[in-house]
Design a protein around this ligand. Structure first.
Ligand code: 4GX
Length: 226
């Protein structure tokens, strides 16, 4: 899968979470090709401006439709496949496991990370396929949301998790939270491990894990049971 990111802060994507561990390996193995592009390279005036004051007044600045449109056209033209254009915004659908899996089926994603108070609506109306939020809180820019999305999607590209793990065996694949986990030592500071896990009764242990998952989900995330 190829992922392109349009951002005003391309350096935010270097030496961060996409350069370690599973995602680093996926990139080395060419399962994920990440291409980060600086929106400012497509500014045209002598000040290289990418934003301007909002029509109708109001707080802050708005990213310019012409700069974004030109930047996106350039990036899309690097390949025959234009990709699904995703804009990260608190106004979008809230990201979940079903959306992550759907996005992972696309051969190419083009992510647009915004800054300032927003983006000219004409860019969204005419060039964006999907608006996605990583949750109901505000971060400083769309870069961290893009990285969260890339990480979550990359785990679903066949081969990225290796043989040990599968995304099907983790929380949300079946709509339940995980059961608690323990490892040695069996007692530390007087803190003990549930007896059943040390019993060797495989069937009882599996029943206990299932019960724990259901109980946790009911207590912590009843919305997942709807
Ligand atoms: N999930 N932000 C985008 C700039 C902005 C402002 C208004 C569009 C309209 C966020 C989130 C998020 C902060 C990224 C505002 N863009 N993005 N940025 N939560 O909080 O995706």
């Amino acid at each position: 899968m190829r992922v392109d990111v349009l951002t005003l802060f391309p350096s935010a994507f270097e030496g961060g979470p996409l350069d370690v561990s599973i995602i680093k390996r996926a990139r080395e193995d060419r399962l994920l090709a990440l291409h980060v592009h600086d929106i400012r390279e497509h500014a045209t005036d002598r000040h290289r401006s990418v934003d301007d004051y909002p029509f109708g007044g109001g707080q802050g600045m708005v990213m310019r439709v012409d700069v974004l449109d030109t930047a996106l056209t350039h990036v899309q033209a690097e390949e025959a496949e234009p990709g699904l254009v995703v804009f990260l915004t608190p106004q979008g659908e809230v990201l979940n496991d079903a959306i992550v899996r759907e996005l992972a089926t696309h051969p190419r994603l083009v992510l647009v990370s915004g800054r300032y108070e927003g983006v000219d609506q004409r860019f969204i109306d005419n060039r964006v396929d999907r608006e996605i939020s990583i949750g109901d809180y505000i971060v400083t820019g769309g870069e961290l949301p893009a990285m969260v999305l890339i990480d979550a999607v990359a785990r679903h590209i066949p081969g990225t998790l290796g043989d040990e793990a599968s995304p099907e065996e983790e929380s949300f694949a079946d709509g339940l939270l995980e059961h608690p986990q323990y490892t040695r030592p069996a007692e530390y500071n007087g803190w003990t491990v549930p007896e059943i896990l040390l019993s060797g009764h495989h069937a009882n242990i599996e029943k206990w894990k299932r019960d724990q998952r259901e109980e946790r989900t009911r207590e912590r995330r009843p919305d997942l049971l709807e």
